[in-house]
Design a protein around this ligand. Structure first.
Ligand code: ATP
Ligand code: MG
Length: 255
């Protein structure tokens, strides 16, 4: 008798209370690591300050914005062939403040959520992981992404201000967007100074664990990483310290 292994497509959301915590760097490198052995779809959802065009040095003809406006299908906005096993959906800067994607029309977002659900369901045989990179804070698109996600990685820098902000984010946004909290919420510290902060991290993590979230590790703040990023390298080799930390996190996430 054959042994069948059932692999279900996992949807992973990378988010934070504050901007600049490292969401995009984590999303892109998580996609890079996972795509070494599995099939990944990486989706950019930051319409205010998109960065994928610079990171992947690719200018698509159609963007996520076109799908949102019903002027392109989901299959049309997927960019394949940039990296092996990694398909990407790019967001375009939305300068028009009246654009619905930047607004608060709940009915419009609900329709978008239904479209996303339908299209992601149709991709279940095509991908093992879908990764959402997000804008920080509380834009309405986050309600949709929280509803879609199975696993959340909440990023924060190691300071009490970001810890209390993350708690607020859980109380105000996450518990409302998904009242059952029937998904994994995981805590990842980034840009941790290279001094012993284990006790601080554990104390902060414990505060948030009360809210039902898991502490899955930290990534050190590295001048070398910052220097490379300043010179337009965001996708790191698997041996790079950022990738190695992220591989440990993947082990703790059990995804
Ligand atoms: N571990 C790290 N060590 C050093 N620098 C880092 C590290 N992680 C991120 N950075 C720096 O932080 C900056 C912000 O990273 P990134 O763009 O990934 O954050 P973000 O959360 O996506 O920001 P935004 O909220 O604006 O979308 C980058 O310029 C990068 O140089
Ligand atoms: Mg970003």
């Amino acid at each position: 008798m054959k042994n069948w292994v059932l692999i279900i497509m996992k949807k992973i959301l990378i988010h934070s209370y504050k901007g600049g915590t490292g969401k995009t760097t984590v999303a892109v490198n998580l996609a890079n690591i996972l795509s070494q052995k599995t099939r990944v779809l990486l989706i950019e959802n930051d319409f205010g300050m998109p960065t994928f065009v610079n990171i992947f040095k690719h200018e698509p003809k159609v963007y996520f914005n076109d799908f949102c406006k019903d002027s392109a299908t989901f299959n049309e906005i997927i960019q394949a062939g940039i990296k092996p096993n990694l398909d990407i959906i790019f967001a375009k800067t939305q300068f028009d403040p009246s654009a619905e994607i930047m607004g608060s029309n709940q009915a419009w977002f609900l329709k978008l959520l239904e479209k996303m659900m339908e299209n992601l369901k149709a991709c279940e045989d095509k991908y093992d992981y879908v990764i959402f990179d997000t804008p920080p804070g509380w834009q309405l698109i986050l309600v949709n992404l929280i509803a879609l996600a199975d696993t959340v990685i909440l990023l924060l820098r190691p300071n009490s201000f970001e810890v209390s902000g993350t708690k607020q984010l859980l109380d105000i946004l996450y518990k409302r967007a998904k009242p059952s909290m029937s998904f994994d919420v995981n805590l990842l510290f980034n840009q941790v100074p290279e001094v012993d902060m284990e006790n601080d991290l554990e104390t902060w993590a414990k505060k948030l664990q009360l809210e039902g979230i898991k502490y899955v590790g930290y990534i050190s703040c590295s001048c070398h990483t910052a220097y490379e990023m300043a010179h337009e390298t965001t996708i790191f080799s698997l041996e790079h310290e950022f990738s190695r930390s992220l591989q440990q996190v993947i082990g703790n996430l059990k995804i």
